[in-house]
Design a protein around this ligand. Structure first.
Ligand code: SAM
Length: 277
């Protein structure tokens, strides 16, 4: 018998994958945690029915959410990842020689444990207890309330704005992020699909640009996510991603990200520019 798994990406649209094997199903205090091995995407993490990351295309998301903001800041030392329980973002953060402390605050310890076991390629920095990495199992919203003037870069690698991730998409949260950053700090957040989440993107853009003098949105292609095109939003106190001298950037060991993409990802089609007016 064939086994298929569907994510309902919108009310009326789904992505369905044929499953080779169901590897793990469990429930934490926060969500249902599933790992399946699929034909097209390989092993995949699914939280509350939403596809989070897959062996096939995870490198795009994790490289783009980490390197674009980290290379916008000239000397990031203290970096925080909120969410990111699969470990892919922190794996990319520790590639930057300037980073001294890479904190990760993930609400759900089960996600971390399950990814270490079933997605070790993604979780390698957590499995190896990388010396720069400091993992805390806690609510990122609470952690932000307690932090002040400390981080150079904050990366919000969250799930969708439902369940435990809902409060990570609010004006109140962005105010706390602003307070937690140093005077020249910046943050990035995954901000969903420019095709299917337009009201959300408009609201976040308004909230973030009312707090941060520099707000920029950039795009990439991730087949696992709705519509295949995904966006990220940066709020920055001082450094403008558009002014990065890309010729001076060091080469990193990456499969998607490169110096040309550091610039080109900010080139937006007209319908996206319209959203940000
Ligand atoms: N790449 C993914 C995407 O765009 O779908 C995100 C992956 S990562 C697994 C998202 C993580 O955010 C989950 O492990 C979830 O538990 C975590 N998370 C959700 N709400 C959170 C909160 N309030 N504080 C910290 N982590 C949170």
């Amino acid at each position: 018998m064939e086994l298929w798994i569907t994510e309902r990406q919108t009310k009326n649209l789904g992505l369905t994958c044929r499953v080779k094997e169901a590897l793990f199903t469990g429930k934490s205090e926060f969500q249902e945690v599933v790992v399946v091995d699929t034909y097209e995407f390989g092993r995949m993490l699914v939280l509350d029915g939403v596809f989070q990351t897959s062996i096939f295309d995870e490198f795009v998301y994790h490289e783009m959410i980490a390197h674009v903001p980290l290379f916008t800041h000239p000397n990031p030392k203290n970096v925080l990842v909120i969410g990111g329980g699969d470990g892919g973002t922190i794996r990319e953060v520790v590639k930057h020689p300037s980073v001294e402390r890479a904190e990760m605050v993930e609400i759900d310890g089960l996600v971390v444990d399950v990814c270490k076991k079933y997605l070790p390629e993604i979780s390698e920095a957590l499995i190896n207890n990388h010396p720069k990495v400091h993992l805390k199992i806690d609510d990122g919203i609470k952690h932000m309330k307690e932090a002040e003037n400390f981080y150079d870069v904050i990366i919000v690698d969250c799930s969708d704005p439902i369940g435990p991730g809902e409060g990570l998409f609010t004006y109140e949260f962005y105010k706390d992020v602003y307070k937690a950053l140093k005077a020249d700090g910046l943050f990035v957040q995954q901000t969903e699909s420019p095709f299917f989440h337009q009201p959300l993107i408009k609201r976040l853009w308004k909230d973030i640009s009312s707090l941060f003098p520099i707000t920029r949105l950039y795009l990439t292609q991730i087949p696992l996510y709705p519509g295949g095109t995904h966006c990220f939003t940066i709020g920055s106190k001082q450094y403008d991603p558009l002014n990065v001298d890309t010729a001076k950037l060091p080469e990193l060991n990456t499969r998607y990200y490169n110096r040309d993409i550091q610039k080109s990802c900010f080139v937006l089609p007209n319908f996206v520019k319209e959203l940000l007016k």
